[in-house]
Design a protein around this ligand. Structure first.
Ligand code: ADP
Ligand code: MG
Length: 709
């Protein structure tokens, strides 16, 4: 008997080898990204049309939402002289006729007479007849190839590529028939499958494409989703294990004088969390295995102090540190903070007059002048620069360290893994600390940071006070109360932020809007107060000057764009007004709000909004109900889904065809446990040839070193 089919075999077969795929269909499938038989196998139905779960047309009531199924009897296109083409269709299901009207969807006319369709929509009345306007319509079958069975798979189709669901169904049917004899090789053995309550692969692939019942489709889906997450977790854990085995890292001097001197000079005691996390990082840095650690902590939880301590541990052993932030403003602010915190701290320097010098900090962004770049290059080479702070400009060619010992990457999920590796490559196995202020739900973290160790700052430093958040509608009356509160707080000696609308992709327009709002507020609602303006288009020196006077209390209310999102720290500010708050993402609002509630006084956050979508309303309601970053992150994931939250290019998510977070969280957890057990017992996956092959195909060339035992 021929061996069972592996996914690699199917990956190496072109779909044109299928009898049902002629040159035209082959080309059109190719335009949809379906080139190999494996692509086709993994092109899963979007849903299943249940032939028994339809309403008879004769029984349709006006205003009802319903699915009907029937044959297309008449198709016509009208082209009014003004306006767009209208396609009209009659559908007959044996009980009665229903009229369908499609506006501006001329391609619908390609659905031929006699085609069997499923139609979902709302029934309305037009000139005394029932009709559906712009319903969802799926072609179930052509008369030429009638199908049987209660459930019909409905595939993601492509109007652009001109591929219909029924065409894919036909090709998938051939694929299933041709693979029936050999069946599919299963990377999971029977015991494991039973323990996880999963069906075998052959059953799973058959039932996802051709289920007899919805329950069959669901168990098939469960199995294939598990496989997706298992492959990812095996890859990530194998990477983590390979890194741990590595003995080529730097054993940093954790008993040096610099880091204790820094901590002793802080104006506050560390929180218990900070102490614990610093100890975890020190242990890693002192060890021979390169550190790969994620530091997760709420806005304001005190990550900067932790990162700076780690950087000084590197510096005190004669190494350099790099600190990469996602935006210029952030890099600037971090550099400023570091300079302030490092004031007075000195490192030994042989041959100099005093035998010591200040800790050398420099800033490198795209705006850094050529002369300054040369100075930085020299300082890096000569070793006078101990810590280089910057944006992704740090990873450019030409930035060379003599002795890079630690890489800190802030807000990692805006960077890809490749960028992490590029910066790491500037040293000889430097330690890596990734920081994020975006709370990441546990399972999502398993996917994105599955190869990193984790540290967490949960408690905020003492002395934070509660924030009341209100969503304020567009009515003038409601808004008056908001500005009254602001004036009241200012009268009591407090300060405020007014955050101006986000203009996606244009800091220029954003700056313009902020400037106009600053002028308007100065004339109207906030007349008589001392206002300041801050936006991304201002020269750095001006920005710094404004921030300085705000900190000094010389400005009552700061009208700003999102440049204040992270890093601005003025405990006396107790009011924040966010205009057009529905334009911001949930976590962005959370970060913005983190600018208030930092002192001893109670704070207020007003979200001015008139949300037009359910999603917008859900975001604002979540903000009103919670100030807990982790809770908000979970909500964000529910509202938007993981692909949106973490970006398509984020490792892993684009490889998921079925898996979705947070829906499949339990599957991620189970798959991770299985992956750990498998690699524990069989680190080289020598007894799991099939699984190993699939993980290798998922990860590509980068995988070579992973499975060495
Ligand atoms: P994050 O980077 O995590 O958002 P920061 O490091 O900017 O937070 O810290 C926020 C503020 O809290 C800063 O002003 C910082 O100086 C202060 N801070 C940090 N640690 C402590 C502490 N242990 N006690 C009091 N204040 C602290
Ligand atoms: Mg180390």
């Amino acid at each position: 008997m021929a061996p069972r089919l592996t996914l690699r075999e199917l990956r190496d077969k072109s779909i044109s080898e299928l009898r049902t795929v002629g040159p035209s269909l082959g080309e059109r499938l190719g335009a949809m990204g379906i080139d190999t038989v494996l692509d086709l196998l993994e092109h899963y139905p979007r849903r299943y049309h249940d032939r028994t779960n339809t309403t008879e047309i004769a029984a349709l009531a006006v205003d009802e939402q319903a699915t009907v199924a029937g044959a297309v009897k008449k198709v016509s296109v009208r082209r009014p002289r003004k306006g767009r083409p209208i396609v009209e269709m009659e559908v007959y299901d044996g009980t009665s006729y229903l009229k369908l009207t499609f506006f501006n969807q001329e391609y619908r006319a390609r659905i031929g007479e006699g085609t069997e369709v499923s139609v979902f929509g709302k029934v309305d009345l037009y000139r005394g007849r029932r009709q559906m306007v712009n319903p969802a319509i799926d072609v179930l079958d052509t008369v030429a190839e009638p199908t049987t069975g209660v459930l019909l798979p409905v595939y993601p189709q492509s109007g652009k590529a001109g591929v219909n669901s029924w065409e894919i169904r036909k090709v998938a049917a051939e694929l299933l028939k041709r693979t029936e004899q050999r069946g599919f090789a299963d990377p999971l053995d029977d015991d494991l499958r039973r323990a996880q309550h999963l069906v075998d692969r052959t059953t799973a692939y058959t039932n996802i494409h051709r289920p007899e019942t919805i329950a069959d489709a669901a168990t098939a889906r469960a199995r294939l989703t598990f496989d997706e997450f298992l492959r990812m977790q095996v890859g990530l854990i194998a990477r983590k294990r390979a890194l741990e085995r590595d003995r080529s890292g730097i054993e940093h001097r954790i008993d040096g004088a610099l880091s204790p001197a820094f901590l002793a000079g802080l104006p506050f005691p560390l929180t218990g969390d900070q102490e614990r996390v610093i100890a975890e990082i020190m242990a890693d840095m002192g060890a021979a295995a390169p550190m790969h650690r994620l530091l997760q902590g709420e806005v304001g939880s005190g990550k900067t102090v932790v990162a700076l301590t780690a950087l000084l541990v590197a510096v005190q052993g004669g190494h350099q540190g790099a600190f990469m932030a996602p935006t210029e403003v952030l890099a600037e602010q971090h550099e400023l903070t570091m300079r302030t915190l490092l004031e007075g701290l000195r490192v030994p320097e042989e041959g100099s007059l005093l035998g010591e010098r200040p800790v050398g900090v420099a800033l490198l962004t795209n705006r850094t002048s050529a002369a300054e770049r040369r100075r930085i290059a020299e300082g890096l080479r000569g070793g006078q620069i101990d810590i280089l702070v910057g944006t992704h400009a740090l990873i450019y060619e030409g930035v060379e360290f003599v002795n890079l010992g630690l890489v800190v990457i802030d807000e990692q999920h805006r960077f890809g893994v490749e960028q992490r590796d590029l910066l790491r490559g500037k040293g000889n196995e430097p330690d890596v600390l990734v920081m994020t202020a975006t709370p990441i739900p546990r399972t999502a973290a398993m996917l994105i940071y599955g190869d990193l160790d984790k540290s967490e700052l949960r408690t905020l430093p003492a002395g934070r006070s509660p924030i009341t958040t209100e969503v304020v509608g567009p009515s003038a009356l409601e808004r008056v109360a908001v500005y009254e509160r602001l004036r009241h707080e200012v009268a009591a000696g407090r300060q405020a932020y007014v955050v101006c609308p986000l203009v996606e992709g244009s800091t220029k327009l954003e700056a313009k809007a902020a400037t106009e709002e600053y002028d308007r507020l100065g004339r109207e609602e906030l007349a008589g107060l001392r206002l300041g303006l801050l936006h991304g288009q201002m020269p750095s020196a001006d920005k710094e000057a404004v921030m300085r006077s705000f900190r000094a209390g010389e400005i009552d209310a700061l009208v700003a764009t999102t440049v204040i999102e992270v890093g601005v720290d003025v405990p006396n500010a107790t009011v924040m007004i966010v205009e057009d708050a529905d334009r911001f993402g949930l976590l962005q609002l959370h970060q913005l709000r983190g600018r208030i509630g930092r002192g001893e006084h109670r704070s207020w956050c007003y979200l001015l909004a008139d949300p037009s979508t359910a999603e917008g309303r859900a975001r604002l309601e979540a903000m009103r109900a919670s100030t807990d970053g982790f809770e908000l992150a979970e909500r964000d994931l529910e509202i938007r889904g993981a692909g949106e939250v973490f970006g398509e290019r984020q490792s892993g998510f684009s490889d998921l065809k079925l898996g979705r977070l947070p829906r499949d969280e339990p599957v991620v957890i189970a798959a991770r446990a299985v992956a750990e057990a498998l690699l524990e017992n069989d680190p080289g996956l020598e007894r799991h040839e099939q699984l190993r092959e699939e993980v290798e195909d998922l990860l590509g060339d980068a995988v070579e070193f992973l499975f060495k035992s």
